[in-house]
Design a protein around this ligand. Structure first.
Ligand SMILES: [Zn+2]
Length: 112
């Protein structure tokens, strides 16, 4: 096994761990929200350590300002504004905006 292969393998594991941590955060957010924050913090750390990008759909579930796990209606407010989604974090009050019909939208295959 070459070095390059091994590295790829490790990054695949890291990617899986990130997804798993977000799943755990989701599962526990109603009971122990502080644990959700901890899980996504760990996911972020794993992503940085292995230089793995956090998938766009998961990135939107965390506040880039304060690191909170975002649950629509509970820890964040989601509003549609023309062709943008505006997410307001109820913890730090800051907003995150992303395009509604963006190229990086996972469920949107064709561009407008
Ligand atoms: Zn925040």
């Amino acid at each position: 096994m070459t070095r390059r292969h091994r590295k790829k393998w490790i990054r695949d594991i890291a990617r899986q761990q990130i997804e798993r941590l977000f799943e755990l955060a989701e599962a526990i957010s109603g009971v122990r929200p502080e644990l959700s924050d901890r899980y996504i913090y760990l996911a972020k750390k794993i992503g940085m350590r292995h230089r793995v990008r956090i998938p766009a759909h998961l990135k939107r579930r965390m506040c880039k300002h304060c690191g909170k796990y975002l649950v629509p209606g509970r820890t964040c407010r989601v509003r549609l504004n023309r062709n943008r989604v505006v997410v307001t974090c109820l913890s730090c009050g800051k907003q995150i905006r992303y395009p509604y019909h963006g190229r990086n939208h996972p469920s949107n295959e064709k561009r407008e």
